[in-house]
Design a protein around this ligand. Sequence first.
Ligand SMILES: [Zn+2]
Length: 296
Amino acid sequence: MSERKVLTKYYPPEFDPSKIARTPKHLRPTGPKTIPVRLMAPFSMKCTSCGEYIYKGRKFNARKETTDEKYLAITIYRFYIRCTRCSSEITFKTDPKNMDYTCERGAKRNFESWRNPESEELKETDEQRLDRLEREEMDEAENAERNAMEELEEKMEESKREMQVADALDEIMQRNARIERGEKGGKEDQALVQVRDLAREQREAEERADAEAARRAFDAANVERARLEEQAKLQAQPVESAKESPPAPSFERMRKPKKSLVPGLVRKVEPAPISQPVVPPKPAGLDLGDYGSDDD
Ligand SMILES: [Zn+2]
């Protein structure tokens, strides 16, 4: 391998460099350089050779070329694309002045209504544009100022009105309270007097009625009692003899006969004393002895 490399560097004796037509790269003349780029059509256009419409945003493999033209030290580039139908070359350039592109060859840019050349905005010069912008800015500032002033005035007016309303309301409320107090006092007294009169009258009437009723009742009761006594006197002797006055209730404890726990089952035991059978008390000393003793 290494030998071959050496062999390729062999120049025969009859080698004449001047006979070589090809010039080295650094000696070749530099023309307009083009770089292949991928781009989208920046505007919609119509091919002039076949009438094909190329819409804005269509993608192309294009060649980008740097031109010698400049706008305020901004380089202007030229792009080469090919028509999608007839493959004829279309070129367009950047337009830094209008922040746009200009169609150069092979196609015609479609009409865009918002770029109407008749419109004043496109026709106006830089001076005019500056003037216009300045004027607009001034107007805006003035408007803002005026708006602020108007707002402030409105606020003041509003607060003034609110205070007035509050004052009026306060006054009305005070007056109402005063009126109510005065009227209520008179009315209450009147009503109280009326009610008292009414109550007294009613009480008197009731008392009268009661007295009447009582008198009548007493009369009636007297008559009735007399009649009853009469009757009682007539019937008293035989009835009272036959009747025996019930024995005076004694408050001694009565022993109820014990009920059998189970009906039909009766204990054969004699009627034992109801009192609990007395358990003979154990000798107190035996308790512990019982527990501990082992003499059984
Ligand atoms: Zn075409």
